[in-house]
Design a protein around this ligand. Structure first.
Ligand code: HEC
Ligand code: HEC
Ligand code: HEC
Ligand code: HEC
Length: 168
């Protein structure tokens, strides 16, 4: 009897593991690049103001040999598209998640659905993926990462507009 229930347990564990794997594969979203977001987020000022940030220039600030250095690429780029194109610099999707499944208008207009399809609302943890102890010392800021301060300085200028929207 003990042997049998153990067997049942093992089988159950295997099938649980299998479903988790399938679920994990389903939620894999692909990167599309900031140009795809620009189409809709130009008029609201998000894309143009992002272009002014250091994030948008994080790739061109690397020297050519550094752009080939695995030790530098990760934090100075966003990810790779389904076609294998490296997205240079810290683009929208580095903070908001890969966008192929949420960028459709009908989905974007529905915040809950967009989040379900992979849209991330960034918080401090998002920034700390790159703003951490692994930044080479010569480039690392001496100050401790202050989310509110860095958000005001480094992210596109929408916070203000959002406040306006809320008070309308
Ligand atoms: C087809 C048009 C369209 C495209 C393409 C698009 N968006 Fe949106 N997005 C919208 C609309 C419409 C809203 C909801 C209204 C608003 O906030 O402007 C929105 C809202 C958002 C929000 C706010 C979510 C919230 O409620 O806090 C984020 C973040 C966002 N989009 C990021 C992106 C990113 C990143 C991309 C590119 C991968 C992208 N969008 C592509 C139309 C689009
Ligand atoms: C763990 C993520 C990470 C890695 C790895 C990384 N960087 Fe950076 N890098 C950053 C961050 C974050 C900043 C901004 C620092 C700040 O202002 O706090 C930065 C800043 C810089 C700057 C400063 C640009 C300016 O505006 O002054 C240069 C240049 C740079 N990094 C080059 C490199 C090189 C070269 C490598 C590889 C040897 C590298 N980085 C590896 C995250 C990283
Ligand atoms: C360095 C990280 C970062 C990058 C890069 C970035 N964003 Fe954001 N974005 C944020 C943060 C942080 C917020 C504010 C989230 C909050 O607290 O609601 C935000 C908010 C937004 C909002 C919603 C504002 C609202 O109405 O609530 C939109 C739309 C948006 N981002 C689109 C974009 C697009 C499009 C790009 C690329 C052109 C982009 N973001 C690049 C971090 C980033
Ligand atoms: C994918 C990695 C990555 C993520 C995620 C990221 N950053 Fe950065 N950030 C960088 C790099 C790299 C630089 C330096 C770019 C350069 O100057 O070449 C930087 C620079 C900055 C700067 C400019 C610093 C200066 O000295 O002027 C600010 C501000 C900033 N980030 C804020 C944020 C905030 C806030 C978040 C989260 C909402 C965030 N970052 C998320 C990689 C990242």
């Amino acid at each position: 009897m003990i042997g049998l229930s153990l067997l049942a347990f093992v089988i159950a564990s295997i099938s649980v593991a299998d479903t988790t794997k399938v679920a994990a594969e389903k939620v894999k979203h692909e990167y599309v690049g900031a140009d795809k977001c620009k189409y809709c987020h130009k008029k609201d000022g998000v894309h143009p103001s992002w272009l002014e940030t250091k994030h948008a220039k994080a790739w061109e600030n690397l020297k050519p040999e550094q752009q080939k250095d695995e030790k530098c690429i990760g934090c100075h780029s966003t990810g790779t598209t389904a076609k294998g194109v490296l997205l240079e610099g810290v683009q929208c999707e580095a903070c908001h998640g890969p966008g192929d499944d949420y960028r459709k208008k009908s989905i974007m207009e529905n915040r809950e659905l967009a989040i379900e399809k992979g849209l991330l609302i960034p918080d401090e943890k998002t920034c700390l993926k790159c703003h951490n102890e692994n930044v080479p010392e010569e480039f690392r800021s001496k100050e401790k990462f202050d989310f509110e301060k860095m958000k005001a300085k480094g992210v596109h200028t929408l916070a203000q507009k959002v406040e306006e929207k809320k008070t309308e």
